[in-house]
Design a protein around this ligand. Structure first.
Ligand code: ADP
Ligand code: ZN
Length: 721
C-alpha cells in the first residue's frame, strides 16, 4: 500500500494522509472518497508538502473510492496552495473556493424523457398525430417540452407511452452551452483599439504569460478591445473568463456579450440558483462553457483549458474577499495567469496605483485608449463649494445643482444623483437629550430605512421597528433623522420636481436579476428623468440620455483612516462622472464638496489623473505604504475586551525583531465592537520585498488563540475598520 495525501474542503490547515488500496490508481488532483471520523467525505489527492509531518503509517485509514470525474489540473492545485500560503489560510478553505458546488462532484444526473417508440398506432387522433410527428425526428424530449411543442396535454403523452408509440428514455440534466460565434457582430475597431487588440491577441495565440493594462477613459471602448481577445481565445478553442466587480454589471454585460457573439456566456455569481451553479461548474470543467462572466470567485473555477483572463474595473475594491480566504481576485489573477502561462488583461479608466506603477515600470504592457469612442467629449467637471452654497435646513441639494437639474429636465435630458449611502438617514438623534440610536452589538449607528420603517445596522444586519420614543430620556416624538441616504434624497427630489419621473436604485432593494435588468433597460431607453442611486449605478452602465451627474456628498469616503481613501474616492467619482454625456451631448458633473481644495477634488476638476497619481505615489512612498511597503493586519476578537488586548500583546511579544518591520498597535479597531465581539487590531508594516508571511507564521501567529479568542489575518488589507 502507498500513502497519499488528501485535502478536504474544510477549515483544516493541511492535507491528511491516507492509505491507498492497491486496486486504486490516483494522481494529484483526483477526487476521492475518504473516511473522516465517523463520516465519509470527498476530497482531492494533494501533493505532499515537504514541511508536513507524516503520521504513523500503521494508523492510517484507507481511501474508499476514486470518483469518476476529471481531476483538478496541476495548475489549479498549485494555485490553491499559492493562494493559501499568501493569505496564511488553511488549505482546506482554499480547496473550498473550488469545491463550492457539492452537487457537481461525480457523474452528472439524467432526467426522464421520451422518444418515438416501435409500436405503430392503428387508430390515431389529431392530438396524438401532432406529438408523433415531432417525435419522429428521433430526438429525445422532456415530456413537458414535447407537450408544449405539440400543443397538447401531458395526458396524451402518457397514453402514447402506455401503448408503446412513445418510449421512455433519458436526457442529460443540463442544457449544453452554445459556442460563441466569433464573427457574429464584428466591431470596426478604431486605430488605438486595433493596436491594443492585436497585442493581446498575439499573446493569446502564443499562449504565454503576459500582463496588459488596458487603460482608457470611460467610454473609450475597452470592452470592444478585450472582446477581440476573447474571440482569439475561442478560435484557439480555449476558454476565457471576464471578472466584473458587481452583479449589477453582469446583467448588462450578458446582453452586450450576446450582441457581439450571438449567444449568452456562462454567468457565475452569488445570485445563481443551485441548478444553474451546477450547470456552469460542470460546463467549465468539461470545457463546454467557453466564456465565463463572473464575480471574483469565478477565478477559482476548474477551467479545462483556460486561455485568457480579463479583470474589468481592476481597481475596484470589490475584488477583495472580506472573510474566509481574504484573497484579492486581481492580484490572484496575475498569479493564476503566471502558473497557467496565459495572458491577463487588467482594464480600467482609473487603475489602482499598484497596477499603474507596474505599467509605468514596464512590468505590464501599457495599452492606452486616449479618447472616447465616436468622438463623444469627456464631461465637464465642476465643484460646488457647499460652504458658499448651503442647502436649506434638513435638505441636501444646493441651489446650483437644483438649477442644473431644472435645465436638464426642461431639455428632456436625464440627471443622475449619486450618493453612496443606502437607506433614509445614517443617524437617528433625540432632540430632547441628544441620544443617538446605536446597534446593541456593534460600534455603529442604526440606519433608518423608511421604505420598511425600520432602523438597521449595516454591519450585522439586525433591524428594529422605528420607535417614537427615545429609549434614553423617554421623550416622545423627539427622534429626528440626521444626514442623508438615497431614500431621503429621493424624497427631496420628489418635492422639488413633482412632475418628473424619478427612479431610485440601491443595492438593498432586493430586486432579482430580471427586475434589475428591466429597470436598467428602462433608464437606457429614457423612460425616467432623474435617477438616484448608490454605487451600483455608478459603474459601467451606458445611459445615452444622461447628461448631468450630481454627486451629493463628494467628500464621503475621504474621512476614514484608510491609506487608499483618496485613491478610492477619486476612482469612484471618476467612474460615476463617466456616466455623463456618453453620446453626442457633452456631460456635466457637479461635485458637492466642503473641501474643493483637496487633491482629489482638484484632480477631478482638472481631469488630471497623472497629477493625482504623482501626489498619491509620493505620499505613499514617504509613509512606506503599499505599493512601496507591505501591510498585514491582525484583528484579535473576543467577547471580553481585556482578553483580546492581552492576547494581542502576547502576540507582539512573540514577534521576531527584524530591521524595517514596524508593528503598530494593539489598538481598538475603528469598529471596536461588532456582533457582540470586541476587536483589537495590530498592523504590521514591512519593506517591499520582505516575506511577511513566514515572519508572521514563525512569530506572532506561532501562539494559538484559546477559548473564544479569534485572530483574523489579512495580507494586503483593503479594509481598515
Ligand atoms: P469602456 O469599456 O472603455 O467604458 P465601451 O467598450 O463600453 O467603453 O464603449 C463605449 C461605447 O462605445 C459603447 O456603447 C460601445 O458599444 C461603443 N464602441 C466602442 N468601440 C466601438 C467600435 N469600435 N465600434 C462601434 N462602437 C464602439
Ligand atoms: Zn450591528
Amino acid at each position: 500500500m502507498t500513502t497519499i495525501q488528501v485535502l478536504l474542503p474544510l477549515a483544516i490547515a493541511d492535507a491528511y494522509s491516507y492509505d491507498l488500496p492497491t486496486h486504486l490508481h490516483v494522481e494529484v488532483g483526483d477526487f476521492v472518497k475518504v473516511p473522516l471520523g465517523k463520516q465519509t467525505r470527498i476530497g482531492v489527492v494533494w501533493p505532499q508538502d515537504k514541511a508536513q509531518k507524516l503520521p504513523d503509517k500503521t494508523k492510517l485509514k484507507q481511501v474508499i473510492a476514486k470518483i469518476d470525474m476529471r481531476p483538478l489540473s496541476k495548475g489549479l492545485v498549485k494555485f490553491i496552495n499559492w493562494t493559501c500560503d499568501y493569505y496564511i489560510s488553511p488549505k482546506g478553505m482554499g480547496l473550498r473556493l473550488v469545491m463550492n458546488v457539492p452537487e457537481a462532484i461525480g457523474q452528472v444526473g439524467q432526467i426522464a424523457a421520451v422518444k418515438i417508440g416501435n409500436t405503430k398506432l392503428e387508430r390515431s387522433t389529431k392530438a396524438r398525430e401532432n406529438i408523433l410527428e415531432i417525435a419522429r425526428s428521433g430526438k429525445a424530449f422532456r415530456k413537458s417540452e414535447l407537450a408544449k411543442l405539440a400543443g397538447v396535454s401531458l395526458g396524451v403523452i402518457d397514453g402514447l407511452l402506455k401503448v408503446g408509440a412513445l418510449m421512455p428514455t433519458s436526457l442529460p440534466k443540463f442544457k449544453a452551452f452554445i459556442r460563441p460565434k466569433v464573427d457574429h457582430n464584428l466591431a470596426d475597431l478604431a486605430e488605438d483599439q486595433s493596436t491594443s487588440a492585436q497585442a493581446i491577441c498575439q499573446a493569446v495565440k502564443a499562449a504565454k504569460f503576459d500582463c496588459f493594462l488596458l487603460d482608457g477613459v470611460t467610454g473609450s471602448g475597452k470592452t470592444e478591445v478585450y472582446f477581440a481577445a476573447i474571440a482569439a481565445a475561442i478560435e484557439q478553442d480555449k476558454q476565457a473568463v471576464i471578472l466584473l466587480p458587481e452583479i449589477a454589471l453582469t446583467v448588462d454585460f450578458l446582453q452586450r456579450f450576446k450582441g457581439r457573439f450571438g449567444v449568452e456566456p456562462a454567468a457565475w455569481h452569488s445570485g445563481l440558483a443551485k441548478g444553474a451553479r451546477e450547470r456552469v461548474w460542470r460546463a467549465v470543467a468539461s470545457g463546454d462553457a467557453k466564456i465565463v462572466i463572473g464575480a471574483r470567485s469565478a477565478l477559482y473555477l476548474p477551467y479545462e483549458n483556460l486561455g485568457l483572463i480579463v479583470v474589468d474595473e481592476e481597481h475596484d475594491g470589490a475584488y477583495k474577499q472580506d472573510s474566509g480566504v481574504m484573497y484579492h481576485a486581481r492580484d490572484m489573477a496575475v498569479v493564476r495567469a503566471n502558473i497557467d502561462n496565459l495572458p491577463l488583461v487588467l482594464a480600467s479608466a482609473t487603475p489602482s496605483l499598484e497596477t499603474y506603477l507596474n505599467a509605468q515600470s514596464g512590468k505590464y504592457q501599457h495599452l492606452v485608449l486616449k479618447k472616447r469612442h465616436g468622438g463623444a467629449k469627456m464631461p465637464q467637471v465642476r465643484a460646488i463649494d457647499m460652504r458658499a452654497n448651503p442647502p436649506e435646513p434638513q435638505k441636501f441639494l444646493s441651489e446650483p445643482l437644483i438649477k442644473a437639474m431644472k435645465l436638464k429636465l426642461a431639455a428632456g435630458e436625464q440627471s443622475l444623483l449619486f450618493l453612496n449611502r443606502r437607506g433614509y438617514a445614517p443617524l437617528t438623534l433625540c432632540r430632547a437629550c441628544g441620544h443617538r440610536i446605536a446597534c446593541p452589538q456593534c460600534d455603529a449607528w442604526l440606519v433608518e430605512h423608511r421604505f420598511n420603517n425600520r432602523l438597521m445596522c449595516h454591519h450585522c444586519g439586525i433591524s428594529i421597528t422605528k420607535p417614537n420614543q427615545c429609549n434614553e430620556c423617554e421623550a416622545e416624538d423627539k427622534l429626528v433623522a440626521c444626514g442623508p441616504g438615497v431614500e431621503r434624497i429621493f424624497e427631496e427630489v420628489s418635492l422639488l420636481f413633482p412632475e418628473a419621473k424619478i427612479e431610485l436604485l440601491s443595492s438593498d432593494m432586493h430586486m432579482n436579476v430580471d427586475e434589475l435588468q428591466n429597470r436598467l433597460n428602462g433608464i437606457a431607453a429614457g423612460e425616467c428623468d432623474i435617477i438616484i442611486g448608490t454605487q451600483m449605478i455608478a459603474k459601467g452602465h451606458h445611459f445615452p440620455h444622461l447628461t448631468l451627474v450630481g454627486v451629493v456628498d463628494a467628500d464621503l469616503g475621504l474621512e476614514n483612516g484608510d491609506p487608499r481613501a483618496g485613491e478610492r474616492t477619486y476612482q469612484l467619482l471618476n467612474q460615476v462622472a463617466g456616466r455623463a454625456g456618453r453620446e453626442q451631448k457633452q456631460g456635466q458633473v457637479l461635485l458637492q464638496t466642503y473641501n474643493p481644495e483637496s487633491p482629489v477634488m482638484r484632480a477631478m476638476i482638472a481631469q488630471d489623473r497623472e497629477a493625482f497619481y504623482k501626489v498619491e505615489a509620493h505620499n505613499r512612498a514617504l509613509a512606506n505604504l503599499p505599493p512601496f511597503g507591505r501591510l498585514a493586519s491582525l484583528v484579535v476578537s473576543s467577547k471580553e475586551q481585556k482578553k483580546a488586548f492581552d492576547f494581542a500583546r502576547e502576540m507582539i511579544t512573540a514577534a521576531i525583531k527584524v530591521d524595517g518591520m514596524v508593528i503598530l498597535g494593539p489598538a481598538p479597531a475603528p469598529m471596536g465592537y461588532v456582533r457582540g465581539r470586541h476587536r483589537v487590531r495590530i498592523l504590521a508594516r514591512g519593506p517591499k520585498g520582505f516575506k511577511m508571511q513566514d515572519w508572521l507564521k514563525t512569530g506572532m501567529l506561532s501562539i494559538n488563540p484559546t477559548g473564544d479568542l479569534k485572530v483574523q489575518t489579512d495580507t494586503d488589507p483593503y479594509s481598515f475598520f
